[in-house]
Ligand binder design. Structure first.
Ligand SMILES: Cc1cc2nc3c(=O)[nH]c(=O)nc-3n(C[C@H](O)[C@H](O)[C@H](O)COP(=O)(O)OP(=O)(O)OC[C@H]3O[C@@H](n4cnc5c(N)ncnc54)[C@H](O)[C@@H]3O)c2cc1C
Length: 337
């Protein structure tokens, strides 16, 4: 474990906002965990690549960057292989590595930025697949009981952009995850636009690598690159409402995109709600909304964390006023109140 000679977080958040913490540590080797857990820390927070966090203020505590490396196939049956990946690995590189091993199951999650250890925090999802579809185990340091724990996926309370790790923020430091992957491709091509993209690529019988390539191509078309236009991807979750409420909304807004959840509820498009309120492409100083995608807040250069947070609240208020719906932020927000 090493302490960095800086407390600056600008290079450690994809909004690229200036913020400080009290002390900044890096965890690169598992054998340093013991030293880390014995060091007196103040409000410690583990951070991956900072692609799902907004520092609206400084962080009033210590931050530990998880950079644990390593990936291996730990077991296999006729149909499946179990892969253990250390938390500090880059997620997308791990998807590619898994494809290179001839395994499939997470190709639809290609190009999601960030680290492997953060993937269970909000049960990352894209193109009809969520981490929960393949997650088997999470090994973590439980700060409440000061011991390492192995949590089965069922114990992680994974749901749409949520988990036990989010609900009990900073209790668990994720060390590695184990995925159960298919040795024979089981492709998920149902998500809107994916099949069409493969067709346009001239691929009639796709392999998992083709699906990953199609997903990457779609994502590059639709999402601003955070290295060019700093952002954290979707800033708001799609609201889930009961179907009676949905029917009322559809009377006034028949074009509102919605997806049944297989029970008495439906997910509705937060991007549509925001666009309808006139915010797509909107800009207030250097804080703005992408003109490619109404769910994505962007930093045009010199926005502060508080500028972005104020804009997010303005959008929440506008949606509340127009639709009587409350939008929940997807990234973690560090703020004083
Ligand atoms: C352009 C873009 C597109 C995106 N698209 C998607 C998408 O399609 N689907 C999706 O689900 N997300 C998406 N995201 C959000 C983000 O990529 C994911 O949430 C990702 O998992 C965050 O990884 P990270 O390492 O950057 O997490 P960080 O931002 O570093 O951390 C996020 C949270 O996880 C906690 N955390 C991180 N690592 C650990 C650990 N090892 N142990 C304990 N806690 C930890 C942090 O304390 C923090 O609360 C997108 C982001 C961007 C910028």
């Amino acid at each position: 474990m090493k302490q960095l000679p800086t407390t600056k977080l600008k290079d450690h958040n994809s909004f690229s906002v200036a913020a400080n913490c009290q002390r900044l540590f890096v965890l690169e080797h598992l054998q340093d965990l013991a030293q880390l857990t014995q060091t007196p820390l103040h409000k410690p927070m583990m951070l991956g690549a900072g692609t799902n966090i907004l520092f609206a203020t400084d962080y009033p505590g210590d931050i530990i960057l998880n950079r644990l490396q390593g990936r291996q196939i730990i077991d296999a049956t006729d149909k499946h292989a179990y892969v253990r990946i250390q938390a500090g690995n880059n997620w997308h590189e791990s998807v590619i590595w898994i494809l290179e091993q001839g395994l499939s199951g997470i190709e639809n999650l290609a190009l999601i930025p960030g680290t492997v250890g953060a993937a269970p925090i909000q049960n990352i999802g894209a193109y009809g697949v969520e981490l929960s579809d393949t997650l088997e185990l999470v090994e973590a340091w439980d700060r409440k009981h000061m011991r390492a724990v192995m949590l089965k996926a069922n114990d992680c309370q994974l749901s749409y952009r949520d988990s036990i790790f989010r609900q009990q923020a900073d209790r668990f430091w994720i060390l590695n995850i184990t995925l159960k992957l298919s040795r024979k491709p089981r492709l998920r091509l149902g998500y809107s636009g994916l099949k069409q993209k493969l067709d346009s690529m001239g691929i009639a019988n796709p392999l998992p690598g083709d699906v990953a390539a199609a997903v990457c191509s779609l994502r590059r078309e639709k999402l601003p690159d955070p290295t060019l236009l700093p952002n954290v991807g979707s800033f708001f979750k799609n609201p889930i409402i009961d179907n009676t409420h949905l029917q009322q909304l559809l009377q006034n807004y028949p074009e509102l995109p919605h997806w049944g959840q297989g029970d008495a509820s439906s997910k509705i498009s937060a991007a549509w709600l925001i666009e309808k309120c006139g915010y797509k492409g909107y800009r207030k100083g250097a804080a703005g909304i992408s003109d490619q995608h109404a769910l994505i807040l962007v930093n045009h250069g010199s926005a502060s964390g508080i500028d972005l947070w104020k804009l997010a609240k303005e959008i929440q208020n506008a949606v509340q006023l127009e639709f009587k719906l409350s939008l929940q932020a997807e990234p973690r927000i560090i703020h004083s109140s």
